[in-house]
Design a protein around this ligand. Sequence first.
Ligand code: ATP
Length: 397
Amino acid sequence: PDAEPSADSPIALELADVTRRYGDTAAVDGVSIRVRQGEFFTLVGPSGCGKTTTLRLIGGFEAPSSGTVRFGDRDVAGVPPEDRDVGVVFQNYALFPHMTVGENVAYGLRFADPPGDVSREERVTELLDLVDLPGMTDRDPDELSGGQRQRVAIARALAPGPEVLLLDEPMSALDAKLRERLRMQVRSIQRELDITTVYVTHDQEEALAVSDRVAVMNAGQVEQVDTPRRVYRRPTTRFVAEFVGDNNVFSGTVRDVTPEADAVDRSVEASAGDRLATLAVDDTSIRVALGDRSVDDGGGSDGRRSVRVGDRLTVCVRPEDLRFLEDPDSSREGAANALRATVESAEFLGETTRVHLRRNDRSLVGRTRDPLSGVVSVRFDPTAVHVIGVDRDGTVD
Ligand code: ATP
């Protein structure tokens, strides 16, 4: 309990090349994922990408058109939901209004006895304590707030002591503040029980905030499975870069690869030993540090070590790594990693302001503390440029 599952925790459940078709469309298209015991694993992606269908396949509410779902090493094909040892909270899985809170939780025990040596009443009390609703047994659901009701639904799902908890957008009906509180509560309940959890959300911020690992889905497929930090900092596809964190994505051809010491323009920063690749992007150039930086998470190979002149690179720069100068210095125009752009709009978010910029037909997203308007000069360091993919003769590393 309270420890994160390590990379060698046993696999609690696995989808191997699972496809689910409805007529001509594949709602889930060749998905392979492995969830470890005790892991908080999140499926995130835009509406219609197949998250709910994937969860329903795990729960046994749908059968795959092809592929295999395993719990541990047991193929669960044909095993109905009530025999899968899963607790499920669906988006709009409302409580029964004519039952008390306690009766709603006890309903979770209709197929099973309480785990351990406790009575049903004791189990209900235990669960209401767990979800931080002590003493609420005799309340009616309509006396509770939305967040409290969802916690009752979670208690009901957990009542029989399932191996796996499945949560499908359990907070979608709640307001922003409550969502934030409930997601931390869900995370802490999950940690306390050390229960394998698969969580569905379309909200990338929520996914990053609560998960051990995240699977980013797009059009029925999984684009990347990684820790929140890696999904955010080291996206492996353009879609992931754009979906998680508003990244600015550029593609260009490598004109030049130089040892850092030989870089002509000394005003750009790179760490000692980095090689620098210069990409031609539209009418400007972007310089990328190719060093093996372990900025945050132990590095990892993304193909940039082998970058050569002539390769086509797709790279991204996070909004918070853009720096702005109002009153742009036109003498720097044309230098690497310096662009002039026009501020189109700004969203004040409290802690920061998200600015939307335009340069020719390209849009960029940045973050600042200070208000910005008009034409600005945008800069970023070569070390802030992440290589998403390298395309050499049509193959992406
Ligand atoms: P949302 O966040 O909007 O719920 P989602 O990512 O959970 O989306 P799914 O609900 O899994 O996506 O749906 C994936 C695709 O499969 C969608 O195009 C959907 O219309 C389709 N689909 C899902 N269930 C069915 C069904 N029972 N019959 C036909 N098409 C379906």
